[in-house]
Design a protein around this ligand. Structure first.
Ligand code: C2E
Ligand code: CA
Ligand code: CA
Length: 952
């Protein structure tokens, strides 16, 4: 028995370590997560797999790498071209690792150098690294075309890159393997084979390279070509700059006016007209505007009615580009339309009555929307059994199926998914996915090849991430494709037959390969590596589904975050921060029930969809959750107290947008004030409205001021004795183009808070000056006008000068202007500063009134210190009913003010009784509804100014 024990356990063969030198961004690049990728990386790793090598990557620059390889400090370096000189020092494998050509790049914004245009290259500064093996080719090129370059040499590729970015060099010369971001190619030189090489003495490595390359070649003769495609198809090496001819054409087209692009009324998600906003939207629309940005071409969008046929569009010289077209031979032959590169591929699906199968046979009809230009041709040629019947749009197609007028409808899967959610189509379902996907492009008339090439180059130049984002925006929430299981379920027999026909192995193998790829892609796209849970994108998709399912009971959205998480992870380390997030994530997961899900939205912010809706119950859950989480955190052995904030929103509005729902959960969470302990809050609609309103006002206030939406209203002031008009107060009104006149109580407090009030005050002051000037121009004797000054001005010692400058600008004497400063300003501010400010105002000739006196806590004795001219007694003094006490105080106030040489005005006078009281008290002036409400300047002039002129 003991024999067993000494048998070697299938020894893990000792791996040989191979050192590979790499020059960053040359075939091997490090992404933002710190992992390697790239053509060279994948190639080397495949070779290592076959040889069972353990690879150690060594970072070095180009010269250094060549040196290290020579001395044997590294085993492999690349990718190198063969030169007679190098072959003396290095050993090359039999097969090359692909090809490389020298290429000249320009900054993507450079418009003065053209593709394949030696003249525009002449005399330009070329940057290159030392030892660029392609240099002799470039020299040969410059000789051939009789042009000259000025060379600048750089130590490494990042310096070279920044020289191009900064404009220190016009041209960057590099091998095509190099990653050159933010650049376009203007010249390709001849291509040369390239190799990973080892040193002459290193026989074992050389053998390993040769063997592995043979294996790879046997597996697929296209190995290198596929890799080339995978890594360089999207890279800047394939982004060609415009030629001179193309640039001139762009200019010519723009001079003739914008190109007309036709979009559909309703072809979601590609292009449609939003009836609410009147804007065109969709993937094709966004792509077109991106093209405009890249090429400088100007476009005009026109919507064609769904019943305008393609032949009308293609033969009409008014239209230049067909937005959103699906290419086919018919398109070229019948309509003389050429398709640009496609920017999106859409799956098409067959929709039929639920429970029916995809039918084959004669006299079957499929409905195809007229507006999916070109899809019909594909169906006609790929499914010859069917008679294609055109309907107006997707909706009409589905109705035709429901009514039994056709057997199936063929729609793009996004449109199908969207419409099938509607109740009226309850008994319809996707029954088959069409073979392959159809590419969406822009259509160009076939005599306009130059425009086609401009569009192609521009589409290629759209950043991949940006394109993904565009597609996401218009398709998210709409499942990417019909669920495989749904199709399988309904088509078992059919699928089995197809599989049989096409050869079982072939299909299965292809399917598995594709599925793995898709899974991998899905994993990246929908997965949060830290919490090992779905990510926010996936979360939103799942929510959309759950919300659309009307059989669902009501749901609740919760938002959780950790207070001062950034501080915690900064001070205790990111590893600790990560631990905390994982702990929180796991604890959330543990508390979920079936069909509930969550995701980490970003950093420490988690979002959860639950089925619990009862407020009490949710609050109890929250309570328990924070207690439990606190205990867990203690076990992490840190001294930090972790505080959670949780907000929740009971989703109760039907068809509310998901983003709004999430936003409300966050809002509820943020409504929790820092109270140093974990807590939770329910969404408060009133508070939400208030804050949204505030935000909205803040968003538009600048434009409102610029576009003169704030107007001056005037309220007259009368002398108590003679009942003569003696002045007026300027009051702001916001005349909003949509909302009409907005009262100050809605915006002044917000402006006070954010400081914008000072801008408004200056504006009202200036408008008031303009008005007075206008009166003087018309020989009207002005009355003094008072303007309100917010407390926010008090800190600005230049304010008096600035006001004075405005007066001077219009030639208006400052004696016509009075400044109202509210009582509380004096109480809150530094009295000395305020007095200095007031003295300054006085010096410049303005008079000052203390507004709203009586609402604050200042006393008359304090008034003595303040250089004010007028006391404005607040409307609360006069009260509604006859309050004897108030009246006594009022009378005394007026009297004492008089003793101090201060004039008095009572505001908010609404009744004759009130007027009699202040007449008795000896008050100087009155302002109030009894005498006149605030009115527009015109109305004020009509009522008071002209009268006064008569009187004079
Ligand atoms: P305020 O300075 O005390 O202005 C007087 C307010 O009382 C005005 O309200 C006026 O319409 C109102 N009022 C006048 N007579 C009567 C009356 O007999 N009965 C009643 N119940 N109210 C009367 P408005 O125009 O809504 O202005 C409200 C406040 O907004 C102003 O109170 C002022 O504090 C502020 N405000 C208005 N325009 C400006 C401005 O341009 N700058 C600054 N800083 N504040 C302004
Ligand atoms: Ca006032
Ligand atoms: Ca007032």
């Amino acid at each position: 028995m003991s024999v067993l024990c000494i048998l070697p356990i299938q020894a893990q063969e000792e791996k040989q370590t191979v050192k590979v030198g790499y020059w960053e961004n040359y075939g091997i690049t490090i992404n933002e997560h710190g992992s390697f990728y790239g053509y060279g990386y994948e190639y080397i790793m495949d070779i290592a797999d076959i040889n069972n090598w353990n690879i150690e990557f060594v970072n070095c620059d180009w010269d250094e790498g060549l040196q290290l390889l020579k001395t044997g400090e590294i085993d492999l370096f690349g990718m190198l071209q063969k030169t007679a000189e190098r072959e003396l020092i290095y050993a090359y494998p039999d097969e090359n690792f692909g090809y490389e050509y020298g290429a000249i790049y320009i900054n993507e914004n450079n418009k003065n150098i053209y593709f394949d245009d030696p003249i525009s290259l002449n005399g330009k500064i070329v940057g290159t690294v030392f030892n660029n093996a392609h240099l002799p080719e470039l020299e040969a090129y410059s000789k051939e075309y009789n042009i000259e370059f000025k060379y600048e040499y750089y130590e490494d590729s990042s310096l070279l890159q920044s020289a191009l970015d900064q404009g220190e060099i016009d041209l960057l010369f590099a091998g095509s393997i190099n990653d050159v971001p933010r650049a376009k190619v203007v010249l390709y030189l001849q291509r040369e084979p390239i190799y990973y090489a080892t040193s002459i003495q290193n026989k074992a490595i050389l053998d390993g390279l040769n063997i592995a390359q043979n294996v790879l070649k046997e597996e697929s003769i296209y190995y290198a070509a596929d890799m080339q495609h995978k890594y360089y198809n999207e890279a800047s090496i394939s982004l060609e700059a415009f030629t001179r001819q193309e640039r001139e054409y762009i200019e010519k087209l723009n001079q003739e006016g914008a190109l007309k692009v036709t979009f559909h009324n309703n072809w979601k998600p590609f292009d449609s007209l939003n009836p609410k906003t009147g804007e065109y939207e969709g993937i094709s629309v966004d792509v077109t505007s991106k093209i405009s940005e890249i090429s400088g071409l100007e476009f005009d969008y026109v919507v064609v009615d769904d019943n305008v046929t393609l032949s009308e569009i293609s033969s009409n010289p008014e239209f230049d580009i067909v937005g959103g077209m699906i290419d086919s031979k018919m398109m070229q032959e019948k309509y003389q339309l050429l398709a640009s590169d496609s920017f999106f591929e859409t799956p098409f699906v067959f929709v039929g009555k639920r429970g029916t199968k995809y039918l084959e046979g004669t006299s079957l009809k499929v409905a195809v929307p007229e507006n999916s230009y070109g899809a019909g041709f594909h169906i006609a040629s790929d499914y010859p059994d069917y008679e294609v019947v055109m309907y107006k749009d997707a909706l009409a197609c589905l109705k035709a199926v429901a009514k039994g007028q056709v057997n199936h409808a063929v729609l793009n899967s996004y449109a199908a998914d969207e419409h099938l959610k509607e109740r009226q189509f309850n008994n319809l379902a996707i029954i088959l996915s069409m073979r392959g996907k159809l590419p969406i492009s822009l259509g160009v008339k076939s005599n306009d090849l130059l425009l086609l090439s401009i569009l192609d180059k521009s589409i290629k130049a759209i950043d991949e991430e940006e394109l993904k984002e565009i597609i996401n925006v218009h398709t998210i929430g709409i499942p990417y494709k019909p669920s495989f299981s749904e199709i399988v379920q309904q088509n078992v027999i059919l699928i089995a037959t197809i599989i049989f026909m096409f050869g079982v192995f072939f299909v299965v193998a292809l399917y598995l390969l594709k599925r793995d790829k898709e899974r991998e892609l899905n994993k990246i796209a929908y997965y949060d590596p830290l919490t090992k849970n779905i990510n926010f994108v996936r979360f939103k998709q799942k929510c959309e589904k759950a919300l659309a399912d009307k059989s669902n009971p009501k749901l609740t959205m919760l938002s959780i975050d950790i207070d001062k998480f950034k501080y915690i992870s900064d001070s205790l380390g990111y590893a600790f921060g990560d631990k905390l997030l994982i702990l929180l994530s796991d604890e959330i997961k543990r508390n979920l029930q079936e069909d509930e899900f969550y995701a980490r939205e970003n950093a420490d912010k988690f979002i959860i969809l639950t089925k619990t809706i009862d407020r009490k119950e949710i609050e109890r859950h929250c309570e328990e959750f924070v207690v439990r989480f606190d205990q867990l955190c203690r076990s992490l052995d840190s001294h930090i107290k972790v505080i959670l904030s949780i907000g929740f929103y009971n989703i109760d509005i039907e068809d509310e947008k998901l983003d709004a729902i999430i936003d409300k959960a966050h809002f509820a969470r943020k409504s929790i004030k820092n109270n140093h302990k974990s807590s939770y809050a329910r969404f408060d609609q009133a508070m939400y409205n208030r804050i949204n309103n505030e935000k909205e006002i803040e968003n538009i206030m600048d434009t409102a001021l610029e576009s003169h939406q704030f107007e001056v209203y005037l309220q007259p002031k009368f002398s108590v004795q003679g009942q003569r008009i003696v002045g007026a107060e300027s009051l702001a009104r916001w005349n909003h183009p949509l909302k009409g006149v907005i009262e100050p109580s809605e915006f002044i407090p917000i402006f006070e808070k954010n400081g914008f009030i000072t801008n408004l005050d200056y504006n009202i002051f200036e408008q008031t000056c303009i008005m007075i000037k206008h009166w003087m121009d018309r020989n009207i004797q002005p009355v003094p006008i008072s303007v309100n000054l917010s407390r926010r001005h008090v800190s600005n010692m230049n304010m008096p000068k600035e006001l004075y400058t405005i007066c001077q600008k219009y030639g208006v004497s400052s004696k016509y202007l009075e400044l109202e400063i509210t009582e509380s300003t004096f109480v809150e501010g530094d009295t000395n500063v305020i007095i200095e400010l007031m003295n300054e105002l006085h010096k410049l000739g303005f008079s000052i009134s203390m507004d709203d006196f009586g609402t604050g806590v200042s006393s008359l004795t304090q008034l003595k210190e303040l250089p004010i001219d007028i006391l404005k007694l607040d409307k609360t003094f006069l009260g509604q009913d006859e309050n004897y006490r108030e009246r006594v105080i009022f009378i005394n106030l007026v009297k004492m003010a008089k003793d101090m040489g201060i004039r008095t005005i009572a505001e908010g006078v609404e009744t004759k009784e009130q007027y009699w009281i202040l007449q008795d008290a000896g008050c100087d002036m009155v302002q109030g509804y009894l005498f006149g409400k605030p009115t527009s300047i015109e109305e004020f002039e009509a009522k008071f100014v002209t009268n006064q002129k008569h009187q004079n």
